[in-house]
Design a protein around this ligand. Sequence first.
Ligand code: SF4
Length: 442
Amino acid sequence: MTPLVTPPFAPRGGTADEDALPELFATTELGLTPGDYAELLAGKGGDNDSVAVHVRLPFCPSRCLNCDHHTTVTHNSEAIDEYIAGLEREISMVTDRIGRGRALNQLHFGGGTPNYLSDTQLVQLMDVIDRHFHLHGDTEASLEANPKRCSPSQLSLLHGLGFRTLDLQIRDLDSAVQLAIGRSHSLSVLEDVIASARGEGFESVSMDLVYGLPNQSVETVHGTVTHMIGLNPDRIMCQTFSPRPSVFRHQRALEVEGLPSLADKVAMFNTANETLMGSGYEWVGLDCFAREHDPLTRAKHAGHLHRNWVGYTDRDTGDLFGFGADAISQLREANVQNKVQLGEWHEALRRGELPLCTGERISESEQRQQAALNALLCNLELSDYEDLLEDSSLLKELASKGFVEISDDKVSVTDYGRFALHQRWSDASPHYRTALGMALAS
Ligand code: SF4
């Protein structure tokens, strides 16, 4: 198969983005103050639309050296109890304004390591969700999990609580790569976990492959993808690793191991792509490969694939409310990021304040741009694009960079653009996912 792209291409991540991060995490000069946000939420009180909820659980038993999340390594269960109490406070503050019992299109527990919570803590947290939102049979409920912590009884509990999608956090299966980043997953454990999850009735099991890690090569990535395919997950997410050692200091330990070059990463992604497509997976959106029966593949064919900050969905999930330290809320009218540091997040809640770190309103024109850009990134084509051309220079800029082609009747993402946009979308920085258009245009 001909490689999708060959280097060089527009660099992503790296120094410029790294430099932008401190600004992103600033606690001053809010475009949207907690008071403004409270007012905005209250304005949504009359809506009955279904919504999406992302709960961030930033606790892990140990630190992966590649980690680019703000997470706390702790063995103090009381810290997690206290956090759940804070989540209840935050969720109440929001639902007091938007209304209790709103139906959930989507519920996602993201980490950290959500399945690091004890059974009791998981039940307590779901009880909080149940008392404030309406979780029903059609809610797309998913949870990120470290397979090493998935016991059959925990999987049974999670399924009983309503979770139907299990996102197994793998990264890589090569032992030298795992050693370099401080993780370990054996194939036999994964086989057991997946068999238990299927036995419990989980409808979808997904895995992630991260490329750009130390000790990776085209050969090791091919080996990992081949092993993953052998485990037959419904989805495999391919994400690129972009180190930001000035923000995540533990990543400095990776530098001595040596990281793959940009050209190596291109070759790795091409290999993963070729291996997955040759084994019956379809490339869905920018970073997902899914089996034919998967809801995301079906949504792609039906032309109604969507995405929000959490990832791809088979439906328009509506406003996404993020809860917890560093959580992102992506509403029609605003993007909001919570305070990153646990202490600051708790402190704001104790003061009775919505725990915003940054927030910005989105004008109607920007809403149209974002919707069009989302449609383009999901379905790779856009036929109704005149408004976008009129409202901004974004499409022209994307075309000038070779990401899209504009013809008389449509805009199409080029092969090169699909790869380059995937690189940006995979980036863990919320800046990319909430304001991708701005990042692309800059
Ligand atoms: S990469 Fe994930 S599991 Fe590892 S320390 Fe970071 S948040 Fe925890």
